[in-house]
Design a protein around this ligand. Structure first.
Ligand code: SF4
Length: 458
């Protein structure tokens, strides 16, 4: 592959045409002398990441606030691949790409409810780096390293710290846990970024996971295609396709990140039969506008990527200045649903602080209901009535389940509200509920035990 003669990116943000007639993102001028072979080598990109004020000053006009951020004590690691540095908005400190990767002094400002581990992942880790939050799937953190570091990172407590990286022994324990837990049918490899791990190690992990009989699929969450599209080589795709069903979620926040290089990387992955999804984070000043989100989802689906989640920004330290009200997310979904293809609309979620998992949030579409009818509104404000069946609704559960391959799993307390809807339980009680409502009947509480979550229906 060859790249066009180098152009000073201080004057250009549009792609340039290379001598091979492909489009390329302009390179920062400081890399003018780098041969194309090196520029297109992901290892060279990783080894030459930008992380100093001196280097950044040669690429963009740094503001005082950015200088302050870069010099802050205890700074969450800042590293930017030379390729991605070509997307930095040179003279716009509010540029959507620049704000995601250049530190600001505002990172040091504390806010109410700020946490280091806002999703309480550490408490859900039976072995280091393995998070078992949901009944049938686990998150497997295989590295703390990334190609470039996002200023709002949820795992900034460990990400970027090479001394905290996961070892072969950690990987062994993670895999052993999955092997010993037959309820786990889905594993998500994340980090850090799994695609920066040495190819032989990554393949070894995928191979060992694919040999676990009860594991039905493997997922990878990666921002490498965005920060380092050079890593998406034919060899990588040939290796990944050996471990199907394998899904991959990328992480694009703004349409400007969808460059010709990223498009080609996504095409390679899709051609390898890998279903692609996108997770983005709602970030103040970056993508908190319905029109930005509309352009983003349209560009994603053109690249065969299904918008999957739009996350509310977590309550993580360092990310306070990126947070928006939840109402902004609802406004965005209101502007997408019905206004564009259904599969282009992501699910907007709040990842519950304290480890409650993802909670979908959306506009209200059920306006009212009456006997045998539900009143609904559509995206235009058209209000209609859906008439329900007149006959009482019954369901033959035994017949329904007769042809399933897998017996129903017992999720215990994690059945949650679904357990109420199906009649397994009648109530869910907050801790201390019994005591508060059995005043003076301590003997009764002790007799029944302190079942503080679910109460049997019977
Ligand atoms: S790529 Fe993911 S893990 Fe790495 S810094 Fe960005 S958000 Fe955090």
């Amino acid at each position: 592959m060859t790249v066009a003669p180098l152009i000073d990116n201080k004057s250009l943000i549009t792609p340039v045409i290379g001598s091979d007639n492909l489009k390329y993102t302009p390179r920062p001028a400081i890399f003018a002398d780098v041969p194309d072979e090196k520029w297109n080598d992901w290892r060279w990109q990783m080894a030459n990441r930008i992380n100093s004020i001196e280097q950044l000053e040669q690429i963009i006009d740094l503001t005082d606030e950015e200088r302050q951020g870069l010099q802050a004590e205890g700074l969450f690691r800042a590293d930017i691949t030379p390729y991605f540095a070509g997307l930095l908005e040179v003279d716009d400190p509010y540029g959507p790409v620049r704000q995601q990767v250049i530190p600001k002094g505002a990172e040091a400002v504390a806010f109410d409810a700020m946490m280091a581990d806002s999703l309480n992942e550490d408490a859900h880790s039976p072995v280091p780096g393995l998070v078992h939050r949901y009944p049938d799937r686990v998150l497997m953190l295989i590295t703390t390293q990334c190609a470039t570091y996002c200023r709002y990172c949820t795992r900034s407590r460990v990400v970027g710290d090479s001394s905290a990286n996961y070892t072969r022994a950690d990987h062994d324990r993670q895999i052993a846990y999955i092997r010993d837990n037959p309820d786990v049918r889905d594993v998500l490899l994340s980090g850090g970024d799994p695609l920066v791990v040495a190819p032989a190690i990554l393949e070894d992990l995928l191979k060992r996971l694919s040999e676990i009989p009860h594991l039905e699929l493997i997922r990878i969450g990666s921002r490498v295609p965005i920060f380092l599209p050079q890593r998406v080589t034919d060899e990588l795709c040939d290796m990944l396709r050996k471990y199907h069903p394998l899904w991959l979620n990328v992480h694009v926040n703004h349409p400007r990140e969808i460059t010709p290089e990223l498009s080609r990387a996504l095409a390679k992955l899709a051609d390898a039969g890998i279903p692609l999804g996108n997770q983005s984070v709602l970030l103040r000043g970056v993508n908190d506008h319905p029109e930005v989100q509309m352009e983003l989802v349209h560009k994603l689906v053109k690249n065969r990527v299904r918008p999957y989640y739009l996350y509310q920004c977590d309550l993580v330290q360092g990310a306070g200045h990126f947070r928006t009200p939840v109402s902004v997310g609802i406004e965005i979904i209101e502007a997408l649903r019905g206004h564009t293809s259904g599969f282009a609309v992501p699910t907007y979620v709040v990842d519950a602080p304290g480890g409650g998992g993802k909670i979908p949030v959306m506009p209200e579409y059920v306006v009212s209901s009456g006997p045998n009818r539900v009143v609904l509104r559509n995206y235009e404000g058209f209000i209609t009535t859906y008439a329900e069946p007149d006959a009482p609704y019954t369901r033959d559960d035994a017949q329904m389940l007769r042809y399933l391959e897998r017996p129903a799993r017992d999720e215990g307390v994690q059945e949650g509200v679904s357990g109420l809807a199906s009649g397994q339980h009648m109530t869910i009680k907050p801790e201390g509920f019994e005591e508060a409502h059995q005043r003076g009947r301590q003997d009764e509480i002790e007799k029944r035990g302190k079942r503080n979550f679910m109460d049997d229906y019977s």
